[in-house]
Design a protein around this ligand. Structure first.
Ligand code: AIR
Length: 185
């Protein structure tokens, strides 16, 4: 499927990755950063420039809007909204932007992320947010990369290499686990 996508993409439509941030990662609290930096780490692994911005839909909504204005001007192409508890950040990003928005619900609080998951995923028709798992930082980054890969062939190639490496690691771990448990059973 990936092959046909690469083939069907016209040469004039494909672009080179710029140095400017292609992904804007917005998060609701400095206390979220331990998880949110993993989004950035995965994007960096794929050579995708990104930025992390601290802005809360509830505490500093003006900052969310100000960031969006800058992001639109500077050519950010995918937004990731991360927050815990009553997570309205991704939804607010999607309601003020035409860009694709990924919601990353975070755990924490008495509901361990279920509150954030439901607040992120249950968007009304017309305002789409693609929601990943609670604390699913790596998938948030990989999904952003897949969106960008539609336009940038080099990102598609890096994604393919990463998937190949991860499959090989999985096969090796599986073989080791089987050898260990079958020997001891
Ligand atoms: N939050 C911040 N503004 C709106 C929301 N939903 C989230 C943060 C954090 C949680 O509330 O993203 O995950 C608790 O924030 P804090 O700063 O009290 O730790």
């Amino acid at each position: 499927m990936k092959k046909s996508r690469a083939v069907s993409r016209s040469k004039s439509a494909s672009k080179s990755v710029s140095k400017k941030s292609l992904v804007g990662i917005v998060t609701g609290s400095p206390n979220d950063l331990a998880t949110v930096v993993k989004v950035r780490d995965t994007l960096t692994e794929l050579d995708i420039p990104s930025e992390i911005v601290l802005a809360s839909a509830h505490r500093t909504p003006h900052k969310v809007i100000a960031y969006l204005e800058r992001a639109h001007k500077e050519g950010v192409q995918v937004l990731i909204g991360c927050a815990g508890m009553a997570n309205h950040l991704a939804g607010v990003l999607a309601s003020h932007s035409h860009l694709p928005v990924i919601g990353l619900p975070l755990s924490g609080g008495v509901m361990s992320g279920l509150d954030s998951l439901l607040a992120t995923v249950q968007m009304p028709p017309g305002v789409p947010v693609a929601t990943v798992a609670v604390d699913g930082a790596r998938n948030a980054a990989l999904l952003a990369a897949r969106i960008l890969a539609l336009k940038y062939p080099e990102i598609e190639a890096r994604l393919e290499q990463t998937a190949k490496r991860e499959r090989a690691r999985y096969e090796q771990t599986s073989a080791e686990a089987l050898a260990k448990y079958i020997k001891h059973s």
